[in-house]
Design a protein around this ligand. Structure first.
Ligand code: SAH
Ligand code: SF4
Ligand code: F3S
Length: 457
């Protein structure tokens, strides 16, 4: 019909963590050579991929309601005489539930786990020959990265870059070790090459990703394994790459050199997501976290010594089996001591096959919800206070996208806060000094004070 449109159109819907965001971008990269361009919505797409998350029951169940909608869309398209769309389930639900998905929703054409999506072109070609053929991809080792295209579309000045996958920690509540497999690190040279290519396309900030990113131990350039700190120093040498972040870290994998890097490497941003889950040692033991609350706090003190303005973020689970009011109070106490800049908190969700699902003392829903509200109120206050202490300061802001108002720009502070500024639409991709004028619960607003950036020579 419209000749300018790409031959085939792809829509990817992403659930879950940043690793899935990265994977979705890479799936688009894998499919681009086949002529797939991005569609605006599932109704316009010949190929729809749901990149799913299995971490909590709600996240996993969402997939099935979305699949019901996609099935109806496909039927509507067929009635309009449009080609039959292909429906793919990728990601962690695909890995955990496999062919069960196709039994529950026969409209699904393919199920592809997180280690197998590089095979999508081949799977799609096979499915195309025989309409509706179903191919379930098995768990594959990380040969994936070698098979992915070396080029990436850079869509702005910031990018995610997966450097480590999988988890060997087996926290008793968590499905990740089952959905993502064992810990594995990409070789440093592959990471550096991908980062160089991103920098050449205007990326100024990379966020290194891994389920346990600070357990990174990839093959170094000289053959010996590199730590995350070593890798960060090498990345900092890349011209144009001015900001480095990493997520998610585990307290037990914090090495001395990484703490020192927060002191010595200015490109390493002073913001750290360091989940602790609970402040109660009894609950931490039952979670198999292998650290207590004192060790966590001691680690944070050392990090803050190295980098006094370090802002912290965390994850918390409320209502883990056996959690009493006292245990919950210990979590509140830990939060008061640490003073987070932001944090995520979740109601415990029993996941099939995990040890915690079979533990006695499952907490009543109402009690858990009350605790969650109290925790979230405290965390909200801390986040608001952290925003307010920035007011009057001047912060370097990396502008990423235009805001809603004409001329407005939106960027990130070093502490990952969103910063809005007027007359900033010309500053995309630049790091500019902004005086912070006001703080709302979720963002800062300010005035650009870096005149050089406003009138480039
Ligand atoms: N690897 C990271 C995070 C993995 S999942 C880490 O170790 O911290 C992200 C977060 O989801 C976890 O930190 C935890 O807070 C939450 N989560 C994981 N399993 C959960 C469950 N069964 N119920 C509720 N929250 C869960
Ligand atoms: Fe899950 Fe624990 Fe591994 Fe994090 S460290 S991914 S919470 S098992
Ligand atoms: Fe979810 Fe898988 Fe990430 S379970 S949180 S998408 S690793």
């Amino acid at each position: 019909m419209t000749g300018a449109l790409p031959a085939r159109r792809l829509f990817i819907k992403t659930y879950g963590c940043q690793m899935n965001v990265y994977d979705s971008e890479r799936m688009a990269d894998v499919l681009r050579p086949l002529g797939y361009g991005l569609a605006d919505g599932p109704e316009d797409a010949d190929l729809v991929v749901l990149n799913t998350c299995h971490i909590r029951e709600k996240a996993a169940e969402k997939v099935y309601s979305e699949l019901g909608r996609l099935k109806a869309l496909r039927e509507a398209r067929l009635e309009q005489g449009l080609p039959r769309s292909t429906i793919v389930v990728a990601g962690c639900v695909a890995q955990a539930e496999g062919e069960e998905i196709m039994r529950r929703q026969p409209a699904v054409d393919m199920v592809v786990g997180p280690q197998a999506y590089h095979q999508l072109p081949e799977l799609i070609a096979r499915a195309g020959r025989q309409l509706g053929e179903r191919v379930a991809a098995e768990f594959e080792p990380n040969a994936k990265f070698d098979a992915l295209p070396k080029t990436r579309e850079a869509t702005g000045p910031t990018a995610f870059l997966t450097i480590q996958e999988g988890c060997d920690k087996f926290c008793t509540f968590c499905v990740v070790p089952y959905t993502r497999g064992a810990e594995w690190s990409r070789p440093a040279e592959a990471v550096l090459a991908e980062a160089r290519a991103l920098a050449e396309r205007g990326v100024r900030e990379v966020t290194l990703l891994g389920q346990n990113v600070n357990a990174y131990a990839g093959e170094g350039v000289g053959g010996e394994p590199w730590s995350l700190a070593r890798l960060a120093f090498a990345l900092a040498e890349i011209p144009g790459l001015d900001r480095i972040r990493y997520t998610t870290s585990h307290p037990n994998d914090f090495s001395e050199d990484l703490i020192a890097a927060h002191r010595d490497l200015p490109q390493l941003m002073p913001y750290l997501h360091l989940p602790v889950q609970s402040g109660s040692d009894k609950i931490l033991r039952a979670m198999n976290r292998k650290h207590g609350s004192a060790a966590y706090i001691a680690l944070i003190e050392r990090l803050r010594e190295a980098r006094p303005d370090l802002a912290l973020s965390g994850d918390f689970i409320v209502g883990f089996p056996g959690e009493t009011d006292r245990d919950f109070e210990a979590t509140m106490e830990l939060v008061r001591r640490v003073n987070y800049a932001s944090a995520f908190s979740f109601l415990y969700s029993a996941r099939p096959g995990t040890p915690a699902a079979a533990m006695p003392g499952q907490v009543e829903q109402g009690v858990a919800e009350e605790r969650l509200q109290a925790l979230q109120a405290l965390l909200r206050d801390q986040q608001q206070a952290f925003g307010e202490i920035q007011v009057g300061k001047t912060l370097p802001v990396l502008f990423e996208k235009p805001g809603r108002r004409p001329g407005q720009g939106v960027g990130r502070s070093p502490y990952l806060q969103s910063v809005f500024a007027e007359d900033a639409d010309r500053l995309m991709g630049q790091i500019v000094e902004v005086r912070i004028d006001a703080a709302t619960p979720n963002a800062l607003s300010g005035t650009v004070v870096d005149a050089r950036a406003l009138c480039p020579a």
